[in-house]
Design a protein around this ligand. Structure first.
Ligand SMILES: [Zn+2]
Ligand SMILES: [Zn+2]
Length: 338
């Protein structure tokens, strides 16, 4: 018995933040953040050991899955290391089956969520990065949290220019969509003129490769498309997307957001500025004298009610509900992204 007590004494001395709360049942903190509950019914033998690890903020669970103790300690020390190396926050659930890493170097937006796939390997269940296409085998297989995090941080560094380009558009243009920042999106719809909007899509890993879709009256966007295609070869890879766009369209700046929404133009169908999904009207007809603009959803409903509306190659063609002149739009492309 004295030998057992000796062993316990040594164990408790080695782990000053762990206390014995009942006979052979220990509770305490590891690495300042993780609470550890160890039950050793056959102490000093480690047979039937029961270890539960949970976030220091949460209540101890009554019954926990019982992964191998050394595996838990290996994961915990790995997480501590990751916190230090990447200056991130680590959240862990009570059974150590799910992890969330966030606030990488103080960045609020990015995160990586992992779920335990086996004793020490985790699968990525969610993250804040855009779709990088099939060329990048990102997070395909279960791996140690360390491997996933290292890869995540490496990709984040590769995306620096991509995010910087999007950030400039957000700051210096009137972005009508998306209405909220989502780090997974690769596009912005910006206002170009009263009736013309541009949808700019960036390739996350090739900053100078962009796609521009034009939304507006047919004649106006035809001219802009020609101008864009004609000047595309002058693209300066040393300048950002915003600067290149200004040069291509020969303008000094893009329209900025008007602070006062009372001045904003309402949809000619539902008479409101923002629709149920928070979107603003951006579709207009080909009649220069018609000043109305419409929500995409409202216009799609209007077209469905028209006998003479048609769709060719994803472009829907119908008539303006106000002046009855031609109105065409690629609703499906727009609705897919909006
Ligand atoms: Zn509407
Ligand atoms: Zn019209």
């Amino acid at each position: 018995m004295s030998l057992f007590c000796d062993e316990k004494f040594k164990f408790l001395q080695k782990h000053p933040f762990i206390a014995e709360i009942e006979e052979n049942c220990f509770v305490g903190y590891v690495a300042g953040r993780f609470k550890l509950q160890i039950i050793l019914p056959d102490f000093p033998q480690l047979d039937n050991i029961n270890i539960a690890v949970f976030d220091a903020q949460t209540t101890p669970p009554t019954k926990e899955s019982n992964p191998d103790a050394s595996a838990i300690l290996a994961i915990l020390s790995q997480l501590e290391q990751l916190k230090k190396e990447h200056h991130c926050q680590v959240h862990i659930n009570s059974s150590l089956s799910q992890l969330k890493l966030s606030r990488f170097k103080g960045d609020d937006q990015h995160f990586l969520e992992l779920a335990r796939a086996s004793e020490t390997a985790f699968s990525v269940i969610s993250h804040s990065l855009p779709d990088l296409g099939s060329s990048v085998e990102l997070f395909m297989y279960p791996a140690a949290p360390e491997a996933h995090t290292t890869q995540f941080v490496r990709v984040l560094e590769q995306l620096e220019e991509f995010y910087s380009n999007l950030n400039t558009l957000d700051q210096l243009c009137y972005v009508v969509d998306p209405t909220e920042v989502d780090t997974r999106l690769t596009w912005r719809i910006i206002k170009f003129s009263q009736k013309v909007f541009l949808k700019i899509t960036l390739h996350p890993l090739q900053p100078s490769s962009i796609e521009v879709a034009f939304i507006g009256p047919t004649d106006e966007i035809e001219l802009l498309r020609e101008q864009y295609n004609g000047k595309l070869e002058d693209w300066d890879p040393d300048s950002d997307v915003y600067t290149n766009m200004l040069r291509i369209f020969e303008i000094m700046s893009f329209p900025m957001r008007t602070e006062d929404e009372a001045d904003a133009i309402d949809c000619g169908i539902c008479m409101s500025h923002r629709d149920d999904r928070g979107k603003i009207p951006i579709v207009s007809c080909d009649n220069e004298k018609c000043s109305l603009v419409f929500h995409i959803d409202c216009m799609k409903q209007w077209f469905l009610s028209l006998k003479e509306s048609k769709t060719f190659f994803a472009i829907s063609i119908g008539t303006c509900p106000y002046c009855k002149q031609k109105l065409s739009s690629s609703f499906d492309m727009l609705l897919r992204c909006l």
